[in-house]
Design a protein around this ligand. Structure first.
Ligand code: ZN
Ligand code: ZN
Ligand code: FE
Length: 759
């Protein structure tokens, strides 16, 4: 050792465990000929490093800059240390209670070096469907306790062979401490079964699966976060059979292709989309269709987009290497139930759908659906944030108490907070469904355990009948804070943008329980984290039949038409009035007049439904938001013309529908193309809400506008409002880390609770 040597102690926090961070540090130290040690401790990864000062500086610079792809460093602190005369650099074994404060990594798609080995006939893992390394493979879905170590994962049942063990123990190997490390001889195996659970006698189950898919069979395939149902996307009969058996009438189904070249045969891929597709999270990316295309129309009917992903497990790659343009890979469930993760459960629930089952014996501990994103207005937008992204936290502006937020009812996710981090769960689903509710409870328990959080506060929706509300109210010894749905939406967006408020918040969606007990959904709020006031909203309109009006948009059409034209609406020359039995229409009118089973709503989602029905797009929907989605798909985006619009000014401005409904009905009667009407309708909303923001901005002096709620999945509305409001000198904040829909609402609930817990 030279006398000029110096020593430093570095503490690294963030996602630095299970992501190859210590081997990276080891290699970096060797590269700069530095001595010392690295260990996982309760305060993160701690490095003791000693050597020439210049080398230490280079080491420090590279530490942050070149860290492994999955690592996410939130903080590095550097301290001077005494030189301890280490003879080399080593990795110190972690004690059991060691890494409690480090973050658990998400599941990661197979990396390039592993994929090369997978297809290399000379490699000992050639064709092995569970190949992985320190930089790739399952994480969150196979862990059931911390610290993240093999005995705490579902790999504990597999004893490594001597070759695998040697890799695992060698700090220079890219499989050093790769917890799921395995090979053909020691790791998990796949096998193929028929629907009666007879094992198919074959030594090549994956090739056999590919052959069956080519013959048009439906195969349940066990993946990373759950089962998929797969069929050949080019085979219309097979896709139609899958829809029928799964009771999924029209909702788009995701597809998976081997590589970009295959995807380009049926969809348009820009650079941003390619980056998303190839990212290690491997989400489903919405891509515009090419027409005509080799994929069956049945995959994504009446939709301009395909939801497409690249393979993310070695098993996917092996199946898709058999020459498919694309496979439908839709969630392994019946309609809105949670996806199956367990082999027994899959046989039980999916045997009415799948002809065969390709299963394996590595357990999935935590279900995780595929994430869904779209590139809109220059940024990634989440429709569903799940596999690949969870449990990476949203980093908050300041430290908050430990809070559990229970989310809403549909597209439920929950949120747990710890210091300045908010952990949003994976997609749980629609809580009207009992099995989803069980999953909701187990996810909360699991996350509390994995993240080592004991919540002091529970935040939940105002709706008295939500299962999540009942769950929260039954909890003992915990402070309870109820949060209004649309306030939570706005604060969710504020939290991810690190702003406090007050702001003007446009909170637009289908349904949320209002502070006055009505159903809200077209709200302009003036809000900060703590509180809000309603500055404007859409007029209340009756929903004849209540929940039935959500499933049958024609009922909303009748409601809006009656509001705009009175009894005279029956004389209009509209296809909707010819397509539906006059008696039923009259019943609706009676319900509206007598206010019987016709709750009031100010929902923008229902307005979309109503317009879609008046235009003649559809009278019934098979999934929530379908009519609104189809209205968007249809819209001619170049139309700047608008319908007349109006509102009643006051302390709370109230938007009137009559002029818009008059305009739309007149155009339909004149035979104007639906695409033009839809375009005009969208432009009307953009202009109207921009003008309202202008007025509220003047009244309040506020200049920041926050856009949240499921309606902002509509790219026309989102892009239009961003452009117009920016032009009018507003500062706009939108969602880029969590979904604008109810899948992101738990984050807002937690932040509202944090703000209100302070006093
Ligand atoms: Zn790898
Ligand atoms: Zn092995
Ligand atoms: Fe909502």
């Amino acid at each position: 050792m030279a006398s000029s040597w110096v020593a430093r102690r570095m503490e690294v926090n963030g996602i630095v465990q299970g992501v190859g961070f210590r081997p990276f540090v080891y290699q970096l130290a060797n590269q700069y000929r530095l001595n010392g040690e690295v260990a996982n401790t309760s305060s993160g990864v701690v490095i003791h490093i000693e050597g020439p000062q210049n080398n230490i500086e280079s080491f420090s610079a590279d530490l942050a800059r070149k860290s492994p792809p999955l690592a996410r460093i939130t903080q590095i602190s550097l301290h001077h240390e005494r030189v301890k005369d280490f003879k080399n650099f080593s990795i110190t074994a972690s004690g059991d209670s060691a890494s409690m404060s480090t973050l658990i990594p998400p599941d990661v798609s197979i990396c390039d070096p592993c994929r090369q080995e997978l297809f290399d006939p000379k490699d000992r893992r050639f064709g092995y469907p569970f190949i992985n390394c320190t930089n790739c493979g399952p994480r969150y879905t196979i862990i059931d306790d911390i610290p993240y170590d093999r005995p705490k994962t579902s790999m504990k049942h597999f004893k490594m062979c001597s070759l695998c063990q040697a890799e695992y123990d060698d700090p220079g190997n890219r499989r050093f401490h790769a917890q799921p490390n395995a090979c053909k001889d020691c790791g998990p195996q796949v096998s193929l079964f028929d629907r009666d659970r007879n094992k198919v006698n074959t030594s090549t189950p994956i090739e056999r699966t590919a052959t069956l898919l080519k013959q048009g069979c439906i195969i349940a395939i066990k993946g990373l976060g759950g089962f998929h149902l797969a069929v050949d996307a080019g085979n219309t009969d097979a896709v139609a059979a899958l829809r029928e058996r799964k009771h999924r009438e029209e909702k788009p189904m995701a597809v998976m292709s081997f590589d970009m070249e295959h995807i380009r045969k049926y969809a348009v891929v820009g650079p941003a989309e390619e980056e998303l597709l190839t990212s290690f999270q491997r989400p489903i990316v919405l891509l515009e269709k090419i027409e005509p295309c080799p994929i069956s129309e049945e995959v994504s009917p009446r939709n301009r987009y395909f939801g497409t992903m690249l393979p993310y497990t070695p098993l996917h790659y092996l199946i898709l290497s058999h020459g498919f343009t694309a496979l439908v890979m839709t969630s392994g469930n019946l309609s809105e139930e949670p996806i199956a993760i367990d082999n027994d459960d899959a046989f039980q629930r999916l045997s009415g759908i799948a002809d065969y089952f390709l299963i394996h014996n590595r357990d999935i501990y935590l279900r995780s659906d595929d994430s869904i994103v779209r590139e809109t207005a220059g940024t990634t937008r989440f429709f569903r944030r799940s596999r690949g992204y969870v449990p990476v936290p949203v980093f908050l502006k300041k430290t908050v108490p430990p809070i559990l937020a229970c989310g809403a009812e549909l597209k439920n996710t929950v949120c747990l907070t710890k210091k300045n981090q908010a952990f949003l769960s994976q997609h749980i689903g629609d809580l009207e469904n009992l099995s989803a509710y069980e999953f909701f409870i187990s996810t909360i328990d699991h996350m509390k355990q994995l993240l080592d959080i004991s919540p002091e506060i529970v935040a939940y929706d105002l709706h008295p009948d939500y299962l999540s509300t009942r769950y929260a109210e039954e909890l003992k010894d915990i402070k309870k804070i109820q949060v209004q749905h649309h306030h939570a939406h706005i604060v969710s967006c504020m939290a991810e943008n690190l702003i406090d408020g007050p702001v003007i918040g446009l909170s637009f969606d289908g349904t949320g329980y209002g502070a006055d007990g009505n159903i809200w959904g077209g709200e302009i709020l003036v809000a900060d984290h703590k509180t809000f006031r309603r500055a404007a909203h859409l007029s209340y309109t009756p929903m004849p039949g209540g929940a039935a009006a959500v499933k049958e948009p024609w009922r909303m059409a009748v409601s809006y038409l009656y509001d705009a034209f009175g009894d005279a609406f029956m004389d209009l020359d509209l296809p909707i009035l010819k397509g539906i039995d006059e008696k039923r229409i009259k019943i609706m009118v009676e319900m509206i007049q007598k206010k019987v089973n016709a709750p009031d709503t100010s929902s923008l989602g229902r307005l979309f439904d109503g317009i879609a029905a008046i235009i003649g797009i559809r009278n019934r929907v098979s999934f929530e938001g379908q009519a609104a989605m189809e209205l968007e798909m249809l819209a001619e985006k170049t139309i700047a013309a608008t319908y007349d619009f109006d509102w009643v000014s006051g302390d709370v401005h109230r938007v009137l529908f009559q002029p818009i409904i008059h305009g739309v009905a007149n155009d339909v009667q004149k035979g104007v193309e639906p695409s033009e009407i839809s375009g005009k309708f969208h432009s009307t909303l953009v202009r109207m809400f921009s003008e309202l923001c202008g007025i509220i901005g003047k009244e309040t002096g506020l200049n920041r506008v926050v856009l949240s709620g499921g309606a902002f999945q509509n790219s026309f509305l989102l892009t239009g409002l961003i452009q117009t409001l920016t032009r009018n000198n507003f500062q706009i904040f939108t969602h880029t880390l969590v979904p604008p829909n109810d899948g992101g609402i738990a984050l807002g609930q937690a932040m509202v609770a944090a703000a209100n817990a302070e006093n």
